[in-house]
Design a protein around this ligand. Structure first.
Ligand code: PA5
Length: 432
């Protein structure tokens, strides 16, 4: 069961005219498809109990030992794209302050920007760094190219045991060129379970190894996720009033059916930037198919109130908003001044977080007034267990929501289109 700390609560006070409970029956039917494995993509439901599985297997000792070896180096480069990198980056960037990262982590292979990769290699020239290359298929072009560059660099500096101590692979148990390469080179490798797709893999070694290297407590992250897993999958949570996942899936689909086709996720802490990128991939790739799907967008507030705020308040009324509200957060209070020349004396003594939350409430009310249904997603605080709980919550609600849209949440046929067009133009054999 979710403890008070990892509990997620949804508040629909500013969601009218949306009534999530009007889709209670549909949401419950979609949940049954997920739980009974009777929907499309049922062979990819391994993520449903992944937090518990990862906690119970011997996996964590191996992950922590590899993380310890990596932390003996100067830095780690995480090579991966999409679901093979966003979960780790989301957790790492959310749980450590940007001003004092506990261990330097760079990302590569999440695009093919020549200047970025050239700059990264230059930055690494004098460093003794490790690489964690992550690809389920083991054949994805972007991470494949980045790994080729990094392999050339590391193998030019080290060989034998020293090389093997610097390159770690996370991939399929048997298939793909990364698996063959890892086995041929005798690299330490971790397995992505067959029944877990990329965007649902954050609680597998895909996310856990880089997160552990960052010094984040992966056991606490998984414990929070397992609490949410047990709560959302319990018999009690078949009841709409007891399940935030049913409520969130119903809310989004009720908005969509009313012509609100774009969901804007709003975060009021910088910590949410990459969590929202992860969320966009999870929902966009799971739902956007067969001519259907809610377009997931995100804003960092209050920053983007000075760029996108005008659009949200006043433009075409095709959007709805989901706002992440963190109840408790440490930080400074506004200092007093003997004069009041900046006109902010009325805020003196008040915690910055309280002011930020007031801005959140005021902005939600204004957006709602402007015709945007808004839901508030309340978290008690931001730490490893609550982050685990939140990510699992989003995954579970995504499965329900995609089944409500009547699409297969676990495939991504559209992604293949750009690949075959690119391979044809690049001249890859078999793509003429
Ligand atoms: O969610 C997904 O399945 C995708 O986003 C993949 O994670 C992404 O395309 C990377 O694939 P791979 O891990 O095979 O390199």
């Amino acid at each position: 069961m979710a403890s008070p700390e990892t509990k997620i609560r949804l508040d629909f006070e500013h969601a009218a005219p949306i009534e999530p409970e009007s889709l209670e029956v549909d949401a419950s039917a979609a949940r049954r498809r997920l739980e009974e494995a009777s929907g499309p993509g049922k062979e990819f439901l391994g993520w449903l109990d992944l937090p518990a599985r990862s906690l119970e297997a011997n996996l964590l000792d191996a992950i922590e030992s590899a993380a310890g070896r990596i932390r003996e180096r100067d830095a780690l480069v995480v090579v991966g794209i999409g679901g093979s990198y966003l979960g780790a980056r989301a957790v790492i960037e959310a749980l450590q302050t940007p001003f004092a990262p506990t261990f330097p982590i760079y990302y590569a292979g999440h695009q093919m920007d020549a200047a970025y990769h050239g700059g990264l290699l230059a930055r690494l020239a004098e460093q003794d760094y490790a690489v964690n290359v992550i690809s389920k298929s083991g054949t994805t072009t972007e991470p494949g190219l980045a790994f080729r560059l990094l392999w050339q660099d590391v193998s030019g500096k080290h060989d034998g045991a020293a090389l093997k101590d610097r390159i770690f692979a996370t991939t399929d148990a048997k298939k793909g060129s990364l698996r063959s390469l890892a086995d041929a080179a005798g690299l330490t490798s971790f397995v992505i379970p067959d029944d877990v797709g990329g965007r649902f893999s954050v609680f597998s070694p895909v996310g856990l190894l880089p997160i552990a290297v960052a010094g984040i407590d992966v056991r606490a992250l998984l414990a929070g996720a397992r609490e949410m897993q047990e709560m959302l999958r319990s018999e009690a949570a078949a009841n709409f009033a007891e399940s935030p996942a049913l409520q969130y899936a119903a809310y989004r689909n009720a908005c969509y059916r009313l012509g609100k086709k774009i969901e804007i996720m709003a975060g009021y802490q910088t910590a949410w930037t990459f969590v929202m990128e992860w969320w966009k991939q999870l929902y966009g790739e799971s739902e956007g198919k067969e001519g259907r799907g809610i377009f997931p967008a995100s804003v960092n507030l209050s920053t983007d109130l000075h760029s996108m705020g005008q659009w949200i308040q006043d433009a075409e009324r095709t959007i709805f908003e989901t706002v992440i509200d963190v109840v408790h957060q440490e930080g400074p209070s506004v200092p007093a001044r003997s004069d009041d020349e900046d006109g902010l004396g009325y805020l003196a003594g008040r915690p910055l977080h309280e002011i930020n939350r007031t801005a959140l409430k005021a902005t939600m009310a204004a957006h709602h007034e402007g015709g945007v249904p808004c839901a508030r997603l309340e978290l008690q605080q931001l730490n490893a267990p609550t982050m685990g709980a939140l990510l699992y919550f989003f995954e579970y609600a995504c499965g329900i929501s995609a089944y409500m849209l009547d699409v297969n949440p676990f495939d991504q046929p559209g992604v293949e289109a750009y690949k075959s067009s690119m391979f044809r133009l690049l001249g890859k054999t078999g793509h003429g």
